[in-house]
Design a protein around this ligand. Sequence first.
Ligand SMILES: Cc1cc2nc3c(=O)[nH]c(=O)nc-3n(C[C@H](O)[C@H](O)[C@H](O)COP(=O)(O)OP(=O)(O)OC[C@H]3O[C@@H](n4cnc5c(N)ncnc54)[C@H](O)[C@@H]3O)c2cc1C
Length: 424
Amino acid sequence: MSSLALPEGVQRARPLMLVVGLVAAFGLWSYPAELPPWRALGIVSAWVGCALIVASFVLMVREPRLARWLGGLEAMLRWHHRSGVLGYVLLLVHPLALAAEGWRDDPRRAWQTLDPFQQSWPVWSGWLALLLLMLGLAFSFSRRLAYRRWLVLHQALGIGALAGWLHVFALLGDAGLAAAGAGLAGVALAWRFMAVDAGLSASPYHVAAVARPAPGVVDLRLVPLAGAMPIAAGQFVLARFDDGPAYHGCGEFHPFTASRVGADGTLQLTIKALGRCSGRLQGLSPGGLARLQGPFGDFLAGRDAGPQLWVAGGIGITPFVAALREHPRAAPTTLVYLYPRSRDAAFLDELQQLAREDTLLELLAVETGDSPPPLDPLLDRVTGLAARTVQVCGPAPLVAELSDRLARRGVPGHRILHESFDFR
Ligand SMILES: Cc1cc2nc3c(=O)[nH]c(=O)nc-3n(C[C@H](O)[C@H](O)[C@H](O)COP(=O)(O)OP(=O)(O)OC[C@H]3O[C@@H](n4cnc5c(N)ncnc54)[C@H](O)[C@@H]3O)c2cc1C
């Protein structure tokens, strides 16, 4: 997810600035001036590792203003992963460097430093922290694990971090910046679980109408019950639907892009059955209550700046439909819409009608069947490709494959903007 709305360099640098700021604060504060080099490395790696873990906690908070400031949820997620992994590596260096210091005197001292059976519980808690962090990380990058199982295993990282702080406080007592770091991580965790996951910061909406534009796709019109969210076409919300007489929700917030943004604050979500929760949502009927958090994202923010190529994979059509419904194109735009079969293609008739009415809009609607989309022949049909800004929305493999082909055709990376419908 990228943006043309803010100076890109500044926006991209903000998560990095947060990480570097915390690393610098912890690194400088902990730097021991008069200790032998291995021991100094052991101490600094532990504190810098803690700083990176704190940063990764802050970067998992899904709060609209924070996300906007930090360049969007996807950028936050990217840096959440990076700082978590690097933090773990540095925490692993901590006992190894301390043992290396002992090795210089006597190898048996090095072993004593590492052997948990020769230690007390404050050191065991450190080993437990490393073990849990390793376990959590091992599962973090698995794409094959079902989402909920992945989430539970990912939470081992949180317990690992808790064990790590226990280790610090048991050994050092209330160590200044350590308390501040633990406090910051605690606030981030509480914010994430209470305000975001439990929905305390969500706005209530009423499900006013339900339509079914294609098999396995439900289209919901939502009317705000309190203040309307200031959402733009291309942005998404985190939505949870409360149980009703004929409907049992799954009690979770899921990301969905608005497919229509009304001037009166109403918005439309179009949801395809792609798994357990989105499958259940197909049974929704009018009258229910929705809770929304957002808006998030800045996909399509630069949509009127010069010629565009928009590529939608399946239900990835939602941000483009929202933009086209808002107003006619201001710049020449080719919309490539890929779907397995015509009957699965939500809004196809409406898009064909819009393309007939709007001279700047060209629609290339492609039924792919069960084969991979014919990307090269499609790109051959797009005139002036290198001068276009490309916006891609759909499953992660489509985004990756298309970005690769575009790069090979000389479209610079900063002109390829994407929204992947896959969050981990
Ligand atoms: C930015 C964004 C915008 C999206 N917009 C739309 C849209 O307009 N219409 C649409 O039909 N779909 C959209 N999706 C996809 C939609 O969110 C998933 O299909 C849905 O969450 C799947 O949940 P599930 O329980 O049905 O399936 P599962 O099989 O449990 O999950 C499938 C995948 O969805 C993601 N996912 C599942 N639960 C969550 C969660 N609670 N929070 C975040 N990600 C989760 C994970 O990547 C997971 O691997 C969007 C996704 C993203 C990231």
